[in-house]
Write a protein that binds this ligand. Sequence first.
Ligand code: FAD
Ligand code: SIN
Length: 534
Amino acid sequence: MNQSDVLVLGAGIAGLTCALKLAHQRPDLKINVLTKTHERESNTRYAQGGVAAVWNFETDSYEKHIADTLDAGDGLCDLDIVKIVVKEGPERVREIIEWGARFDKNKEKKYDLGREGGHSENRILHYKDLTGWEIQRTLVEQAHKTDNIEILEHFFAIDLITQHNLGHTITRVTPGIECYGAYALNKNSGEIETLLAKMTVLATGGGGQVYRNTTNPVIATGDGMAMVYRAKGRIENMEFVQFHPTALYNPAGDNPAFLISEAVRGFGGILKSPDGTEFMQKYDKRGSLAPRDIVARAIDREMKLQGAEHMCLDCTHLDKEGFIAHFPTIYEKCKSIGIDPMKDMIPVTPACHYLCGGAKTDEMGRTTVKFLYAAGECTCTGLHGANRLASNSLLEAMVFAHRISIDILEKIDGIKKVKKGIPEWDARGTMQPQELVLITQSMKELKDLMSYYVGIVRSNVRLKRANDRLYLLYKETEELYRETTLSPQLCELRNIITIAYLITRSASMRRESRGLHFTTDFPEKLDFVDLMVL
Ligand code: FAD
Ligand code: SIN
């Protein structure tokens, strides 16, 4: 058994920021940070556009950032949470700059603030088109310099430990569910270890791999949300899946799909049909810079109307030097597949990008399970509502990582020791899997069915089909789980089936179209009174 004061599950922006904040203030605390693969691999690492924060108070204001966030969120944001994130955000950005993160500056030596869809002002701090890479580098380097943080690489968290593991029956209405740490598969040794902690912080990121075409790396399988659901914690807003309008179309089907940042449209890129006709003005007066839900739906619709495999992003009119300086990675990637963005339009298609739903948390990042906090993409804080405003997620992760550290530091000395009698993982009666193909094939089926039936446009019939097929996959996988020695692949399949189920069920329950959820059976938005009845 391994015991720490705080167990952080996840080493992206949310997990590492929280660990650093705790460790810096309390060098006597032992903080373990788990990552299921390499310490630098995370969704964070792939973030391109940047971090949204009110920076230039001559042109921008908290009120404007709040209004843009609420507008994108389409009526479902929690106003208090939006205010917290927007107002505390700039301070958190200053801190990460102090830790060593570089953001681009302009000729006047001021931060070069970019623009993205749904923002009424330029407020995106960025490092070329590699903002996430720079943030991940900074945080990992800081963690290495901090003695009381231990990063456990290739440790795969399987399940949270609660009273359930002490033999108590726990249901969704059981009051006072507590978390005492997690069971994790040490991928180096093949052993399942019991990691006990006074406080656990979930920072396991998103689950974009639930769809066939996604910008999320292969690690994004929604493990944390699925663990909370199994621990009977509350999960919310899973129907709001954000599809990024402009992933690079590649007939070879890259996993993950390469993102063409929204910042490219902020820089002047224009969406067009393959024949060169502009189409966005038909859908929104903000054209190519309308919020993501609108642009992704418009592209999806145009692809269907025109029978096209993709739409295009035209950058051929833009300044070459400026484009390459801002987007060196995008430029190189396009060139590597024979597209010169200065001469050819870039083929783009929507791809699953971000889950707005997740573990329900309060203003201090507390989940509904005692001693369990959550930050980052695995949460539903109330910031995004029905649709996340671009570049608000890195900001949200930092703000809640900070708030969680405050709450933990206030309480941790009052918790004397971790519960006694927690059993080691029991793997008796299981066997090594005979054929891995059973897992890979189920994963493929799951991604296909989610993409066909629970994508950008939904309907009752499609959701029912998805639900029926999911049930079969669920039954088969649970059987495999009971009989087989655990592997990361099997755990990921099990988790992603849970995520798919939660998305499909939440989508079936929302009898309206709002934000990222659009269904042909209920194309209108309900008014507030009807929503309360639901
Ligand atoms: P992650 O960064 O994904 O970290 C998750 C961590 O949890 C990893 O260390 C992983 O190993 C670990 N983990 C997961 N499961 C387990 C398990 N079972 N056991 C142990 N460890 C586990 N947002 C913005 O605000 N601005 C942007 O410009 C932007 N661009 C983006 C571009 C791309 C291509 C993508 C994919 C996302 C982008 N986003 C952007 C979204 C943003 O990057 C993510 O929402 C954010 O980085 C999530 O951070 P996180 O710390 O919650 O999770
Ligand atoms: C992008 O660069 O377009 C992604 C920004 C985000 O997802 O917030």
